[in-house]
Write a protein that binds this ligand. Sequence first.
Ligand SMILES: [Zn+2]
Length: 81
Amino acid sequence: MSQQQFENFTASSLYCEKCKAAMPVRERLLLILPEKEIFDYLCTGCGSSVGQREVTAGDKMRAQAMAPQRRRRAPVQRIQP
Ligand SMILES: [Zn+2]
């Protein structure tokens, strides 16, 4: 199974090869780079790494764009008399 499948959402439970089951995972910040952050997912049962996730600057910007935020007010339309 490809690990690419869960790179874009925060997983709370992943399949662990050692435990042979979907196990709750712990997210650990592995690496911080200027353009991205890499998270490691550790099985809470055996402690082995069951996956990784990369959050790129682009992902962050998209997340911010999705979230409701204070933006420039829409121009008020003037009603001509
Ligand atoms: Zn495990």
